[in-house]
Design a protein around this ligand. Structure first.
Ligand SMILES: [Fe+2]
Ligand SMILES: [Fe+2]
Length: 235
């Protein structure tokens, strides 16, 4: 079955990274560390206590980001996927977004330019939105999944409620990028500003694929899981 996908459990882990360096981010969110020599995906995952099926589902999804085949769903662990998504939230909120903010402050002169001040204000508002989005997922959605897994009361919540309100969060970042590109007054040395723009571009892409993992892997997986849980309860 694996041969339909680009990456299989028998592939060398190092080949995955060389093929697509964005997978480095996926690896670290799964808690995988580097230094795996010539070991295969399965060997590295087994050794580091990572769920191979879930890891492969996510890395293969990253290739075209359109959908996940139904037969592959059985290979995903709900716990491992939730863990992965939580790690991604912590990467954005505790590492990447604050790092971009620091770089932004270095790149634009907030003491003189009104536009610089506006850019920073816009950025901070944006980060607050992302925080609210991700905290809702951590505190409401994943808590619900946790309760479902443990057979506790789910208080009427279900994954359709999440799917209906789940929105894209990278749109405002696209706007910010446009404001900087179109309106920030040119200086002689733009290296820092270009560098922060590159970071914003890649953060935007990273956030969009994070949301797609939630829409196209997490939601369908949970719909199936809810169905099974209901069937088991009826038996
Ligand atoms: Fe999320
Ligand atoms: Fe989300």
């Amino acid at each position: 079955m694996d041969k339909h996908f680009k990456y299989a459990s028998t592939d060398k882990m190092s080949d995955l990274i060389c093929g697509n360096y964005n997978l480095l981010l996926v690896m670290s969110r799964f808690g995988l560390s580097l230094g795996f020599g010539d070991q295969t995906v399965e060997q590295v995952c087994d050794q580091q206590g990572v769920h191979t099926g879930t890891f492969l589902a996510v890395v293969n999804f990253m290739e075209d980001e359109c959908c996940i085949r139904e037969d592959y769903q059985e290979k995903i662990s709900v716990e491992a996927l939730i863990d992965y998504l939580r790690q991604a939230h912590s990467y954005f909120l505790d590492f990447n977004l604050p790092a971009i903010r620091r770089k932004l402050i270095d790149a634009i002169d907030c003491s003189k330019d009104d536009i610089a001040f506006l850019i920073l204000k816009f950025y901070d508002e944006y980060v607050n939105e992302v925080r609210a989005h991700m905290e809702y997922e951590n505190q409401v959605v994943f808590q619900y999944v946790d309760a479902l897994l443990k057979g506790r009361d789910t208080q009427g919540y279900n994954i359709r409620i999440f799917a209906a309100r789940h929105n894209q969060i990278e749109t405002k970042l696209t706007e910010l990028k446009n404001i900087i590109v179109k309106y920030y007054p040119a200086k002689t040395n733009n290296n820092l500003l270009n560098s922060v723009l590159f970071d914003i571009y890649s953060c935007e892409k990273d956030l969009s694929s994070h949301c797609r993992v939630e829409d196209y892997i997490f939601v369908p997986l949970m719909l199936e899981f809810e169905k099974k849980t209901e069937e088991n309860a009826r038996e």
